[in-house]
Design a protein around this ligand. Structure first.
Ligand SMILES: [Zn+2]
Length: 424
């Protein structure tokens, strides 16, 4: 991001008079331009399919009733996540669209042998084009998101890569291979359609430093225990909501984050439906984690070359926010008895095709040390009220963070963030 481009953007925004609609974050955090607007009343098409060699090709294992439930849950979820800016305006469950013989789509046959790529057909593409033809519609124009639901292959080969329950392609389409994918899987894939990458985590293997030292780090690609872009079922993280424009960056926004300075901080839990005012923010510094460490791996554990990113050139942001609502199970999102202070790291990385971007975020384990703890749950990684953590910067300074208090009525958190050894 250059100061010039930021200033130019501010000028344009200022000329429009009172602005409405979602906030647009600075270029380094903005989503790709071809993504759905953050305040859209979205339309989703659930495209059910069968294979012509199914025992009964008129039947999808995805019942209309089950998928209607997913649509309703997604509507509730997006309304809460976006503070009412986004909702599901319309969703439709398709009749069963019959695809060709499942063998034509299999990556491996029933014996596990790889099928020849020549002649192999693309499931998403076939499903959408067949539906368009059979129904005389243009689904890509009518809907913002098309979710393709497939049966198990009757010939028992594998239709998807190992350990893949679903995946998204680009800004609009996704495909689901599980028997009964829950709404959380859809919120993950639609999150990719929004432009989000996976929500990583970093934990120490054995040591007790935050962030863990390079030799002691375990990164997990789906590690964030809160965000559906990790393995969470709660809110999108504060960084994801900021990137969506659901949270702004100045007090003129209904809810906003800001660059924080060490001291006594007060902000509201960001995941409340009525969150307003300051809902978190970030401290800048070099926390010693380079984005190049976040590297996708294939099934053999080899690095995927296209995911390798250069050394972080600029200051990282340590994002602080408070999670105050529990797992979003079946449409319910109850307040937590014990709110949790969580931390994420993001850093700007050079992009081969453009300016530096902060596309990756990493959930930080604020409570390292000891092997007994699983570090799998939010409450095992974030701080409860009264707990503290010491975060070491690359230059050796130590930032002490304490979750000092939380008011259950106003949902306001008090956090102390001071450099150890400095005067209060
Ligand atoms: Zn994913």
């Amino acid at each position: 991001m250059s100061l010039l481009s930021l200033a130019a953007w501010a000028l344009v925004a200022g000329q429009g008079g009172p602005t409405s609609g979602p906030f647009v974050p600075e270029a380094a955090y903005a989503r790709p331009r071809n993504r759905v607007a953050s305040d859209k009343a979205i339309k989703i098409y659930f495209l059910r399919t069968s294979f012509e060699n199914d025992a009964d090709p008129t039947v999808s294992r995805h019942t209309e009733e089950a998928i209607q439930g997913v649509g309703r849950d997604l509507d509730k979820y997006f309304q809460i996540q976006s503070y009412g800016l986004m909702r599901v305006d319309k969703f439709e469950v398709s009749p069963v669209i019959k695809l060709k013989d499942s063998k034509l789509y299999e990556l491996t046959d029933a014996s596990g042998k790889e099928t020849p790529t020549q002649g192999r057909r693309n499931l998403i593409r076939d499903a959408i084009s067949t539906a368009n033809t059979q129904l005389s519609r243009t689904l890509a124009k009518e809907f913002d998101f098309i979710c393709v639901l497939v049966n198990e292959s009757p010939t028992k080969g594998r239709l998807q890569k190992a350990n893949t329950a679903a995946y998204a392609t680009g800004p609009q389409n996704s495909i689901f291979f599980a028997r009964a994918p829950r709404w959380t899987v859809f919120s993950h894939e639609i999150g990719h359609n929004f432009g989000f990458p996976h929500a990583w985590s970093v934990s120490p293997k054995a040591g007790d430093q935050v962030p863990p030292k390079p030799d002691d780090r375990t990164f997990r690609e789906y590690g964030d225990p809160g965000s559906p872009m990790g393995r969470g079922m709660n809110s999108y993280s504060i960084v994801e909501k900021y990137r969506m424009g659901w949270i702004g960056s100045s007090p003129s926004d209904a809810r906003y984050i800001q660059r924080l300075s060490p001291g006594n901080l007060r902000f509201m839990a960001y995941d409340q439906a009525n969150a307003k005012g300051l809902v978190g923010g970030y401290l800048e510094g070099d926390f010693g984690i380079a984005a190049k460490e976040l590297v996708g791996r294939n099934d053999d554990g080899d690095k995927l070359a296209e995911m390798q990113i250069a050394e972080n050139p600029g200051p990282s942001r340590l994002w602080l926010s408070v999670i105050s609502r529990g797992n979003y199970a079946q449409g319910a999102m109850p307040d937590l008895d014990k709110p949790i202070l969580v931390a994420h790291l993001s850093s700007l990385t050079p992009n081969a095709t453009g300016p530096s971007r902060a596309t990756m975020t990493v959930s930080l384990d604020l409570k390292p040390g000891g092997q007994a703890r699983t570090r799998e749950r939010m409450e095992d990684r974030g701080l409860g009220v009264g707990e503290s953590s010491s975060i070491t910067l690359k230059d050796g300074r130590v930032l002490k963070i304490r979750f000092a208090g939380f008011d259950p009525v106003s949902k306001m958190a008090s956090v102390e963030a001071v450099f150890a050894g400095s005067r209060p």
